[in-house]
Design a binder for this molecule. Structure first.
Ligand SMILES: Cc1cc2nc3c(=O)[nH]c(=O)nc-3n(C[C@H](O)[C@H](O)[C@H](O)COP(=O)(O)O)c2cc1C
Length: 260
């Protein structure tokens, strides 16, 4: 077992990039992907155990909390959580803290991956993709340094009632959006989206992707599609697609990524 473990959920790579950058500071880290059931849940031997995940609809992706309930952590471990959002952190860190108490937490922002809602550069502060990435790498440095110093945040993560209400309504909104997926004639049946979908919600039919309704809205299928063949509503074809510049679709399919 590595000295450090980071459980990571990432739809379009921002959180995986953050997790890898933090791990470079910590050294000897297993990044255990939690897009689907994590390959390892008993991490009682790890000295530091962290979670890096995005904010979707005012809170953590539901699967992050489901999988967190299966994870065993030593009571002595230094636990930490990093939530990444476009503007506000939502209640994800507070929900995770109720399952696994966090000794250190941070909410940071990066480019917006919710293409049907906003263009990707609509983030707080408003930044180009290049500047946002530079800033994210700087923040990973700060977080890595604070984790190495064993800083304790000393207060509970925020639980804004408006974000809590949004997060409660989110499953219904996500279901409605999922019904709007369309795959165009540009689809070449490469099946990358089939392999990438964390819910196993995409299949090939007659050489073309077909998207079902069991969708968590990570939007990896759409944002990474090499043919830009996937849309969700009419606006998404008009907007520039975005995924983290350092992360490939194949990286997100890994189960465990070790960083020395
Ligand atoms: C479906 C969806 C919902 C989102 N909801 C929020 C939100 O409620 N608040 C927010 O500030 N950002 C929201 N975002 C933006 C993401 O949290 C942000 O882009 C994050 O960096 C994505 O991380 P990832 O690339 O690792 O998936 C949302 C993104 C998606 C795809």
């Amino acid at each position: 077992m590595s000295e450090n473990v980071i459980f990571c959920y990432s739809g379009t790579g921002n959180c995986l990039d953050m997790a890898r950058n933090i791990a470079r500071y910590l050294g000897d880290t297993d990044i255990i992907m939690m897009r689907s059931a994590p390959a390892k849940t008993d991490v009682r031997d790890a000295k530091r155990v962290g979670f890096v995940f995005p904010c979707f609809g005012g809170g953590a992706p539901a699967d992050v909390l489901t999988y967190a309930r299966t994870i065993q952590v030593s009571p002595e471990a230094y636990t930490f959580g990093v939530s990444q959002s476009a503007s506000y952190p939502g209640v994800g860190l507070a929900d995770l803290d109720a399952i696994i108490p966090l000794k250190y937490w941070r909410a940071v922002t990066h480019q917006c991956s919710c293409i049907w809602l906003f263009p990707h550069n609509l983030m707080v502060p408003p930044l180009s993709a290049e500047k946002a990435q530079e800033r994210s790498e700087g923040l990973a440095h700060v977080i890595g340094t604070e984790l190495m110093a064993g800083i304790l945040t000393g207060k509970k993560p925020p639980r804004n009632p408006l974000n809590a209400a949004e997060n409660k309504a989110w499953p219904m909104i996500a279901r409605k959006k999922a019904a709007q997926f369309k795959v165009s004639d540009a689809c070449i049946g490469c099946a990358q989206c089939v392999r990438l979908c964390p819910r196993g919600n995409i299949r090939l039919e007659n050489g073309r992707a077909v998207i079902g309704t069991d969708c968590i809205q990570c939007l990896g299928c759409l944002q990474f599609c090499p043919q830009s063949a996937i849309s969700i509503g009419s606006i998404t074809d008009k907007r520039e697609h975005y995924h983290n510049p350092n992360v490939k679709a194949a990286d997100l399919m890994e189960k465990i990524i070790h960083i020395d």
